[in-house]
Design a protein around this ligand. Sequence first.
Ligand code: PLP
Length: 380
Amino acid sequence: MSLETRAIHAGEPSPRIGGAITLPIFQSSTFESTRESDYHAIPYLRLNNSPNHLALHAKLADLEQTEAALVTSSGMAAITTALMGVVKSGDHILAQNGLYGGTHSFITHDLPALGVSYDFVDLNDPAEWQEKVKPNTRAFYAESMTNPLLRVGDLPAVVGFCRSNNLVSMIDNTLASPINFQPANIGFDLIVHSCTKYLNGHSDIVAGAILGMDALVSKIKIKLDHFGATLDPHACFLLQRGIKTLSLRVNKQNTNAFAVADFLEKHENVSQVNYAGLSSHTDHHRAKNLFNGFGGLLSFDHVGGGEGAHAMIDRLRLVTEAVSLGGTETLVTLPAESSHAGVSKSDRETIGIGDGLVRVAVGIEGEQDLLEDFAQALDG
Ligand code: PLP
């Protein structure tokens, strides 16, 4: 069946509980014992096995075409728990350059304190992977698209490299969402999501997910049970509701983002647009081969630098300045002041994140309304 149909029907309890068309919220911390012999199977909310959790796990695994899934209390909980489930003290990981800031901080600050070392690599340079892989390398961590420049690495080559070097291949698929890309179909072992973004889609919860083969996900569930990063039942309910409209939202975000990117590229106050859907983007052909759509996130350089970008944002009427992405409403941020505030100006500029770079997380508003808002704000 199609992804649209599966997003609605997969994982729903059968028979329906009490006949409810929408799975109700099980606001119960504990459930009647069935004398389980395994601690991790005891029906208790922190052990991630309430009816709300089990339905979400089945729905997400179906969407990402994996054997198993877990939901977590945030995207960062998914990322840190998945990594901690794969590495141990003395191990080393390879990770892509330009990762999401929270992941970058965890890898560079927390993992070394736990005895895990790392090397960052260019996802377009397999020779560098070969140079940096070590006998104790355990995993290779990548993102399907990077934020805010929307670079798309050679993901099939990463999978091949991991297979030949016996590494766990891990990917954050938040920005693509399963509508645009399903990493398990090209062989990734572990997939993580910030469900805060497209999967929930309404900017009203934080949540995460870990997906992959049953054996690996079961091992990670033990860590999740210990860390206690459980998604609460109300957030489970909202996430399950959000996922049902994932396809409608992401397809609209794909078309809106393309229209905004195309408009911006022609505007005299914009010097560069980063959107993998544009033929001018360095990774356009790779993204076209790998993805069903190019997503709702883009960024552009204002010719007036930081000052020009600020003035433009102040003139926006419909679009709001806020962090995050994947919601119904269009948001803008300046990465130099948000996701990359901790990076020095010269390092930022080397990687293409200047003071005038504006990130746009496109929502599902009417395309014409968005174009008019950006036009009046850019024309000043
Ligand atoms: N991964 C990506 C690509 C993100 O953009 C974010 C948040 O912005 C995260 C992970 C972290 O997710 P959360 O804020 O749900 O912890």
